[in-house]
Structures are given as structure tokens and as C-alpha cells.
Design a protein around this ligand. Structure first.
Ligand SMILES: Nc1ncnc2c1ncn2[C@@H]1O[C@H](COP(=O)(O)OS(=O)(=O)O)[C@@H](OP(=O)(O)O)[C@H]1O
Length: 355
């Protein structure tokens, strides 16, 4: 309501213009001095407001920093006590490498009443109709990486057990004569352009966001805004700030800068010396990432002497993917036999069945 409309409380006209002038001067000065104008005005509304989005489907892709995203989603699910769509029984993936079926999720029985989950993020081959049977259709996102780096990473990681890579000495040899080692009738037989375009047209409208691994640090701000998560729910690191300066401008950057002290503090609080460790150096077996191929998948040692509450928080920050799947499974299904992470390692060494 304007001042003149308030009965018995009219503001003299000259005074009104003086207030207006003063306000304008403050705003101009604030802009000039790069002050946070957001502190001076009430929020105008936007993605940061409202309760966090809790129905999230993250399509996990191979060798794209996707397990880092997965750890964030798992922590979010655990903190907010959300139901995660976890692989049934002793398995660790949602049917991969078969096309996803709803019954691959623990607790979903064929022909039984509908069962819905909040978070889905384990490896699967997307089969949208089956996903929709167990996931509400709120927010879908995924992550991609420069395919050259992704191929290099995959070659090292899958060298021992993917048939196409098994018989070849190096990635260079594979690329020089890929048809010798890779039989397209075993996969990608539909990968002609028209088919790929049709699949993209089917999938694209469903995904609200695609992250890019090469810009991982900037990317973390996008899901945080899209999902309206608090800083506690994500992890940001230092390269983020340099790259984001250009994107956000001084006002928003200042407000993001105020948030950055926490992850730095967290690393100092939790980690023994801040540097990731090779497989033989991770002392706590529960925090040792599952190894594969020629890659040395790095992990972390926690600082000794942490109190119980801090230890619990820090363990969750550095917990590798498979251990976290097993942990959530036990929390969600305490009556079922726990998952055995080491079965997967045995299978990767050529000793077991599909997982
Ligand atoms: N934060 C961040 N930023 C950029 N890159 C990162 C990040 N976290 C993991 N990585 C790199 O991602 C590769 C592992 O990807 P995934 O976690 O998707 O692997 S997996 O498919 O779950 O096994 C692996 O790549 P390579 O080192 O090239 O093999 C990791 O180094």
C-alpha cells in the first residue's frame, strides 16, 4: 500500500521523494562497491527457495566422475531418510548390463502393489517405462565426459574383463584395428544415426540437467540450485571459484564465497593429510575402493582420534560406492542378508557370476 493511501498517516510529498532518492543512492553505491544487494532487499523468488526436491533419478554413466555424484546422492538420501532404489539381493548394479527392469530393485516384486522410491542412482541401462514404475517423475539428470578421456579411463579400468579389450595390448592398438577386437553384433548394432537420434529425442525431454565431468566443480552448483539443496548436501572445491567468477558476477559470487569455507574445513577436519591414497595405502578396509583392471582407484585415510559423531560424518564423505550401496541396503532392509562387497572383487578377478 502506498503511504498516501493510509488513512491519517499520509507522508508529506517532499519527504517521500527524499526517501526515494536516498534509497536509489544506497543501491547505486552498493552496486559500485560490489556490495551484496541481496542482503538489502527481500528475496525475489527463485530456485533457491522452497523445500528440497527429494525425488531424483540420476542416470549413472561409466567413467565420468559419476561415483562422486552418487556419493552425494547417497549422503542426501541417508540424511533425509529417503528410500533409495537399491539392487535386489546380493547384487550391486540395477541389472546392468541388461536393460533395466523394475523387479531388479529390492522390494519390488512382480505383480505386487506399486512400490515407489525417492532416489535412484545406481548403474543401469535406461528403460524409461520400467524406471517410471518405481520412480516418481520429478527430476532426472546425468553426467557426460569428453568421450576420448572416457575411453582412456574405460580401457584401463575394464581391460581385464571386457571382451573387446581383453586381447589387445594398448588402446592405440585397439583404435588402429577396432574391428579385430570388437564385434558390433554383440552391441551397438543399432547405432546408426537415425536410431541414435530417435533415442535422444526420447530421452532428452525427460532430463532437466546434464553435468559435464570436465566442469565438475562448476556443475555442482547446478544440481544444488535445481534440487534446492543446502550446502551440507553437496561438496564444492577450490577450482569452482575461479571458473564461477565469470558466470555469477560479484554479487552472487560473494554469497557463494561465504559458503566455501565449509568444504575446506571439512577436508582439514576429516582427512589424515588431505591427499588421496593408492589401494595399498588405504588402511581402513571399509573405505578401500573396489579395484579393477590396471587402474589404481584412490581412496582416503581419515584423521585418527576423531570423536564418534565426526567420524561417522567423515566416513560417509569418503565412503566408496559399493560400500555405500551395502550400507544403505542394510539400513533399508535390516532383515535381509547384507551385501558382500568383496564378492564383486572376486567376480572382477574372473571368479564369479554377474552382479
Ligand atoms: N570430481 C571429479 N572431477 C573430475 N573427474 C573426476 C572426479 N571424480 C572422479 N573423476 C574421474 O572420473 C573417473 C571415474 O568415473 P566414475 O566415478 O564415473 O567411474 S565408475 O564408472 O563409477 O567406475 C576417473 O577418471 P580417470 O582417472 O581418467 O580414470 C576419475 O579420476
Amino acid at each position: 500500500m502506498w503511504p498516501e493511501q493510509v488513512e491519517g498517516a499520509a507522508v508529506p510529498c517532499g519527504c517521500f521523494w527524499a526517501i526515494l532518492l536516498l534509497a536509489l543512492t544506497v543501491f547505486l553505491l552498493a552496486g559500485f562497491l560490489h556490495m551484496d544487494v541481496g542482503l538489502l532487499v527481500p528475496p525475489l523468488g527463485g530456485q533457491d527457495e522452497g523445500p528440497p526436491v527429494t525425488n531424483v533419478m540420476f542416470l549413472k554413466t561409466h567413467k565420468t566422475a559419476s561415483s562422486t555424484v552418487l556419493n552425494t546422492l547417497f549422503r542426501f538420501a541417508e540424511t533425509h531418510n529417503l528410500a533409495v532404489a537399491l539392487p535386489a539381493g546380493g547384487r550391486f548394479y540395477l541389472g546392468y548390463s541388461w536393460l533395466f527392469l523394475a523387479r531388479y530393485v529390492e522390494g519390488v516384486e512382480q505383480g505386487s502393489p506399486e512400490r515407489r522410491f525417492s532416489i535412484m542412482c545406481d548403474h543401469l541401462r535406461l528403460n524409461r517405462r520400467e524406471v517410471q514404475k518405481v520412480m516418481p517423475s520429478d527430476t532426472y539428470f546425468s553426467i557426460l565426459r569428453n568421450p576420448v578421456f572416457q575411453l582412456q579411463s574405460s580401457f584401463i579400468y575394464y581391460k581385464g574383463y571386457v571382451p573387446a579389450f581383453r586381447g589387445v595390448a594398448s588402446l592405440e592398438d585397439f583404435l588402429a584395428s577396432s574391428r579385430t577386437y570388437y564385434n558390433p553384433s554383440l552391441g551397438l548394432r543399432h547405432a546408426y544415426e537415425g536410431y541414435v537420434r530417435a533415442r535422444l529425442a526420447d530421452v532428452e525431454p525427460r532430463f532437466q540437467l546434464g553435468l559435464i565431468a570436465e566442469h565438475f566443480d562448476e556443475s555442482t552448483v547446478l544440481p544444488r540450485r535445481l534440487l534446492r539443496w543446502r550446502l551440507d548436501d553437496v561438496h564444492l572445491d577450490r577450482t569452482f571459484w575461479a571458473r564461477l567468477r565469470a558466470e555469477l558476477g560479484p554479487r552472487r559470487l560473494r554469497s557463494e564465497e561465504r559458503r566455501r569455507e565449509r568444504p575446506r574445513g571439512l577436508a582439514a577436519l576429516c582427512l589424515q593429510d588431505g591427499t588421496p591414497k593408492g589401494k595399498s595405502q588405504v588402511t581402513d578396509r571399509r573405505l578401500r575402493p573396489c579395484q579393477s583392471g590396471r587402474a589404481d582407484i584412490l581412496g582416503y585415510n581419515l584423521r585418527p582420534g576423531l570423536d564418534n559423531q565426526t567420524l561417522h560424518m567423515c566416513q560417509r564423505m569418503v565412503m566408496p560406492e559399493l560400500q555405500y550401496v551395502a550400507r544403505l541396503y542394510t539400513l533399508q532392509f535390516p532383515d535381509k542378508p547384507p551385501k558382500n562387497v568383496h564378492v564383486l572383487e572376486a567376480w572382477r578377478d574372473g571368479a564369479g557370476d554377474s552382479v
